[in-house]
Design a protein around this ligand. Structure first.
Ligand SMILES: NC(=O)c1ccc[n+]([C@@H]2O[C@H](COP(=O)([O-])OP(=O)(O)OC[C@H]3O[C@@H](n4cnc5c(N)ncnc54)[C@H](O)[C@@H]3O)[C@@H](O)[C@H]2O)c1
Length: 344
C-alpha cells in the first residue's frame, strides 16, 4: 500500500514513517520542513520525501496514493495563537482541501490526526465520549481542528474511507523530540534541572498516550475493515489514563531521584481540563489497537532515551525541542515570512 504521510518530519511523523516503512508500506512523506533539522538523534529518512507546504499541494502529489495519514498542522495551542488566521488556513482550509483532492483522485483512505483539545474546558467530571460530549474548543488550534474534523468526516463514502483519531497528549521518544508537551516536558525538566516546574496548580486532567500506541491507532485507520471506522472519530489513549498534571509530575519525580516539585504559578489556574473515555477505540478497534505503554513503563523508557541523547537544559528549553520557539527563530532569521512560508 502506498501511503502519503503529511507532517512526516515532525515529532509523531518521524516515528510513524519509521514504523510504516519497517512494516513494509511504501511511504511518501510531505512536509514543509519547519523541524527538519531538529534532530536529537539520527534517523533513517525515507527516500520519497516531498518538501512542500500543504497550501501548495495539487493532484500531482496525491495521484497514485492509496491512503493518506494527515498529521501536518500547526500543532499545539501556543503555536496556534502565533497567527490564528494562518492556523485556520493550515489546520482547516488546506487540510480539507487535501481531503477533497484525495477523494477526487481516488485515494481510498484518509486518516486524520485530530486532537482531544477540541473538548476544551469541560464542566463535567464525566469522561468525554466522542459523540455525546459537548465540544468547547478554546484555542485557535482546537477550534480549527474541530471544524476540519467535522468537514472531513462528512466526506466519508463507500470509496473514500475516512477516520479521525483524537490522541491524548503524546509522550515518548522520537528523533524529533518535543519538550513542549506535558510528560516529555516534566520528565525532561526533572532530568536536566533536578526540578519539575509546573506552570498550573497541577489540578487539570491531562490524558496522555505513548507515541508508539498513537502510531498503532493511525495505522489501524489503514487496515481496519471500513464497517468499523468509516466516518468515525476515536479518542486515542489508555484506560485509566486520565491523570492530573500533578500525578504526571509525581511520576516524573519518581523517575529522577532527588528531583523537586515546583509550582511556578506562571499560567495561574489552567482551565483546560478534561477526562476522556477510551471505550470506543478499545471496543471497536480491539484487534488493531492494543496500547502497551503507561506512565510507569513509558516514563522509564523516556529516562533511558534522555540518557541516550544526553539531553541538556539548553536543548530542553531551546528551539530544538520547542515548536513555537523554532518557528520564531526561523522567522527572526528571515527563513520564513509572516505567513510561515519558506524563503528557501
Ligand atoms: N503531539 C501531541 O501531543 C498531539 C496530540 C494530539 C494530536 N496531535 C496531532 O498530531 C499531529 C502531529 O503532531 P506532532 O506532535 O508530530 O507535531 P509537530 O509540530 O512535531 O509536527 C507537525 C509537522 O507538520 C508540518 N507542517 C506544519 N505546517 C505545515 C504546512 N503548512 N505544510 C506542510 N507541513 C506542515 C511541520 O513542519 C511538522 O513537521 C498534528 O496534527 C497534531 O495536531 C498531536
Amino acid at each position: 500500500m502506498k501511503v502519503l504521510v503529511t507532517g512526516n518530519l515532525g515529532y509523531i511523523g518521524s516515528v510513524l514513517t519509521e514504523k510504516l516503512s519497517s512494516d513494509g508500506y511504501d511511504v511518501v512523506g510531505l512536509d514543509t520542513g519547519y523541524f527538519k533539522d531538529n534532530l536529537v538523534k539520527e534517523t533513517h529518512e525515507i527516500k520519497n520525501q516531498i518538501l512542500m507546504d500543504l497550501r501548495d499541494v495539487s493532484e500531482n502529489e496525491v495521484d497514485g496514493i492509496d491512503a493518506i495519514i494527515h498529521l501536518a498542522s500547526l500543532s499545539n495551542d501556543p503555536l496556534g495563537e502565533f497567527n490564528p488566521n494562518l492556523t485556520d488556513q493550515v489546520n482547516n482550509i488546506y487540510t480539507v482541501n487535501l481531503a477533497e483532492i484525495a477523494k477526487k483522485v481516488g485515494v481510498k483512505r484518509f486518516v486524520y490526526a485530530s486532537t482531544q483539545s477540541i473538548y476544551g474546558i469541560s464542566n463535567t467530571s464525566q469522561e468525554l465520549d466522542e459523540y455525546e460530549s459537548i465540544k468547547n474548543p478554546v484555542s485557535a488550534y482546537a477550534k480549527t481542528k474541530w471544524i476540519s474534523e467535522q468537514k472531513i468526516m462528512s466526506m466519508a463514502s463507500d470509496d473514500f474511507i475516512v477516520s479521525a483519531f483524537r490522541p491524548a497528549t503524546v509522550f515518548g521518544p522520537s528523533p524529533r523530540f518535543r519538550c513542549d508537551i506535558v510528560y516529555n516536558n516534566l520528565v525532561s525538566c526533572a532530568y536536566t534541572t533536578g526540578k519539575i516546574e509546573i506552570y498550573s496548580d497541577g489540578s487539570p486532567c491531562r490524558p496522555i498516550v505513548h507515541i508508539q500506541d498513537v502510531c498503532e491507532a493511525f495505522i489501524s485507520g489503514l487496515i481496519a475493515p471500513k464497517e468499523l471506522l468509516n466516518g468515525v472519530a476515536f479518542n486515542v489513549g489508555i484506560m485509566g489514563g486520565n491523570y492530573t498534571v500533578k500525578q504526571i509530575a509525581l511520576a516524573a519525580q519518581n523517575r529522577v531521584k532527588g528531583s523537586e516539585l515546583v509550582f511556578t504559578g506562571k499560567y495561574g489556574k489552567d482551565e483546560r481540563t478534561y477526562k476522556v473515555s477510551f471505550k470506543r477505540i478499545y471496543k471497536v478497534l480491539k484487534d488493531f489497537y492494543q496500547p502497551k505503554w503507561n506512565l510507569e513503563n513509558g516514563g522509564d523508557q523516556l529516562i533511558n532515551f534522555l540518557k541516550e541523547i544526553n539531553l541538556s537544559e539548553e536543548i530542553f528549553r531551546g528551539e530544538m525541542t520547542n515548536r513555537l520557539k523554532q518557528l520564531k527563530l526561523l522567522s527572526k532569521n528571515k527563513l520564513l515570512d509572516k505567513n510561515l512560508r519558506s524563503y528557501v
